[in-house]
Design a binder for this molecule. Sequence first.
Ligand code: IFM
Length: 459
Amino acid sequence: MDSNAQRVLDLPFPPDFVWGAATASYQIEGAVHEDGRGESIWDRFCRIPGKVRNGDNGDIACDHYHRYKDDVALMQTLGLRGYRFSIAWPRILPKGRGPINPKGLDFYDRLVDELLKKDIQPYATLYHWDLPQKLEDRGGWPHRDTVDAYVEYVECVVRRLGDRVRHWITQNEPWVASWIGYGWGVHAPGRTGEKSALAAAHHLLLAHGRAVPVIRRDCPEARVGITLNLSPAHPASASTEDLAAARTSDGKSNRWFLDPIFRGAYPADAAESLAPYLPAIQANDLRTISAPIDFLGVNYYNRHIVRATPQTGHPVIVRPESGSFTNMGWEVYPDAFYELLIRLQREYAPPQLFVTENGAAYDDVRIHDGRILDPERQDYLEQHLIACSRAIRDGVPLAGYFVWSLLDNFEWHHGYQKRFGLVYVDYPTQERVPKSSFDWYRRFIQRQVSERQRRQQIP
Ligand code: IFM
């Protein structure tokens, strides 16, 4: 082992730091027609020709619905202390509202019990983009009624699982759900326009704020948070125009979600430029959205380099001229991760932070003996763990790190072509093959745990 790899294994992390991995329901479960599950917007969207690469869909995905015990066994081999998964709303309330489907709840009940049996703490995300289609038919997230429907759904789930699940994440990446799904039409449900995107964003945030007290009421020991995808916006040059464009981009993506949650207000600069598209915001909405949370979940993949469009000054994200890139075309830039964590602490001071996703897609191939060697993924994770460790040293209350993802899975409009997993999934056979990064992460966690035990023994 070279000295750098050794240095990474020995990085100092707090003794109770949670080592985890993450997945999401539609991306891994499959079994879309089983046990009374209703249709989700992704089931419908995948059927529209040209929307998802290769015509892929989540009908079978990783067949996790049937293979969850094997997958939890893999987590145990890995030494995970936490597993972040999401709950499929259409399994619980197939029509979005109304009659509960007990078999849907039973599945998550079994999953949670299996995790706890192996001493792995469940981190449950309540919404990771699989809205029941029936609710979309009635207006989806741009319609305020969806907030009420979400709160009813959250009540059902927390009442059933709240005796065992302590960590709850209300929403995953509301920026993506609103802008990519309702603004640009690239994700389900495929709608376009600033107005629908901003109405969806407001209602996703409101749904978060309304859910916080409900979760605490039904699960008094709950720790409640929300997960945001955050990318520092760096200007492409030192020109005044590019600096302003980077600030605008930061306002529309990062601050648009951070400010209402932590400050109870939309950022004034962005709100001014988006004024023509804003939905009706009721008197108490921002107070509701800013309900105190226990932690912020951060999904970090890359930074954004922003350039001003010559005539309009409109910000555009550009690809850097040099650097290293993942299979998504995303730049590998761990320094911006450190910068982001420090900024969150300085400007928003969340009580606690979890990295709820971090990882990379690469073109993994099985070699002649069936193994998958993915040193690039290991390197990506090592560099980002160094950034986390530096941030903790510099005062960031980071409490856990979840690799995206445990398994290769359905990567939304890219279908199955992009592989983010520590475990390779051979989709035709559903065989799981741990990649070399899986072995590395296992050794890393083992080393961290034995170091913690050693320190605890020192009188
Ligand atoms: O696969 C997604 C996940 O669903 C949300 N965060 C980003 C990941 C990689 O694109």
